[in-house]
Design a protein around this ligand. Structure first.
Ligand SMILES: [Zn+2]
Ligand SMILES: [Zn+2]
Length: 348
């Protein structure tokens, strides 16, 4: 089989998959560690620690002490191309090939980047101080703006895996940004669903959701002046929560430094509460924002979804896409509210 990564579209339901054999060479230091990696006793040297910069490709963004040289120590946050990418900027060729009207493929073109969130070898994102946590959300914005300059890229998926159970393979806290020439199915579903709601009502479904959740309060976990954290109404996993801006905004790139700091503070608090309520579960968070270079859309509204691994998906989930949770979102919200640490002053 060719080592070139390739996108393949499911012939029936249209879901895209990436076949990336090269990924199998990546180092894994968390294998078998469940549910959350907390130890620093990894056998391999950590490629994300200062002094190991030669072990990653050249940085594309860094917050570093003035006077420190690129790709050397002296940084607080680094964004580097993934050494074992699922998609590659050099994968080329015809955009789409269709075999027998059934098998649609396209080369695995794209960019895979890693946001190394701090210089210290910390496994737990809530161990980041408020400034470090804020820098993560500023770096997301800066990379989205930069990636939008490549007309071949349609979407940048910004996400984080915490714990082996949620797919993390290295213990040093980091996020990933995978930019694709296609818009992934989950985003299409949200774009189409929110567009249909807007066509019916003239309103943004996320703005309506935020207003109703605030009025009702049962699923509200926490809020700040401009952001709201609520447990998902129809969750995939118990304690799943979403964070969204209270003011309508389709594109995350529009966030200011002050709002990024406020957002970081709110998410950090709820993650601390989640760790307390659920004994540090593994989780993913992902940013859902409009496609790259999208205009401001009246029907779409960026948000962050946090998906704790509080159960193991089984037949109904994998086979039919229907998730069963045993803790109601209303009870989960009450538990998370009860576990919240005190509010911190936003930085910046
Ligand atoms: Zn490290
Ligand atoms: Zn909205």
């Amino acid at each position: 089989m060719s080592p070139e990564p390739e996108f393949r579209r499911d012939p029936v339901c249209g879901r895209w998959a990436v076949v990336a054999p090269e990924r199998s060479h990546r180092p894994i230091t968390l294998e078998g560690v469940e549910p959350r990696h907390r130890r620093n006793g990894e056998r391999r040297p950590c490629p994300f620690c200062p002094g190991q910069e030669h072990d990653t490709p050249d940085e594309v963004l860094a917050y570093r002490a003035s006077g420190s040289a690129p790709d050397g120590p002296g940084w607080q946050l680094r964004v580097v191309p993934n050494k074992f990418p699922a998609v590659r900027p050099d994968a080329g060729g015809a955009f789409c090939a269709v075999e027998g009207m059934v098998f649609l493929t396209t080369p695995g073109f794209g960019r895979a980047e890693v946001v190394v969130e701090c210089a210290e070898h910390l496994a737990d994102p809530t161990a980041l101080n408020p400034q470090q946590f804020t820098d993560v959300f500023r770096a997301y914005r800066e990379r989205l703006v930069a990636l939008a300059g490549d007309p071949q890229l349609a979407y940048a998926a910004v996400f984080k895996n915490v714990g082996a159970e949620a797919g993390a393979s290295l213990g040093h806290t980091h996020s990933q940004i995978i930019s694709l020439p296609i818009v992934p199915e989950a985003i299409w579903a949200e774009l189409l669903g929110s567009e249909a709601f807007h066509a019916r009502t003239g309103r943004c479904v996320f703005c309506d959701l935020a207003a109703r959740e605030l009025a009702d309060g049962e699923r509200v976990v926490a809020r700040s002046a401009n952001f709201l954290a609520v447990t998902a109404f129809a969750p995939r996993y118990a304690y799943e929560f979403w964070v969204l801006p209270l003011q309508h905004s389709a594109r995350y790139e529009a966030i200011t430094d002050a709002r990024a700091s406020e957002l970081a503070g709110l998410i950090r608090r709820v993650l601390v509460a989640l760790d307390r309520a659920q004994a540090e579960p593994a989780y993913n968070w992902f940013l859902h924002t409009a496609p790259l270079r999208s205009p401001e859309l009246a029907h779409y509204h960026w948000h962050i979804e946090v998906l704790p691994r509080t159960a193991r998906p089984a037949g109904l989930e994998w086979g039919y896409g229907c998730f069963i949770t045993t803790v109601s979102p209303e009870r989960a919200a009450a538990e998370l509210r009860g576990a919240l640490p005190p509010d911190e002053r936003p930085v910046g």
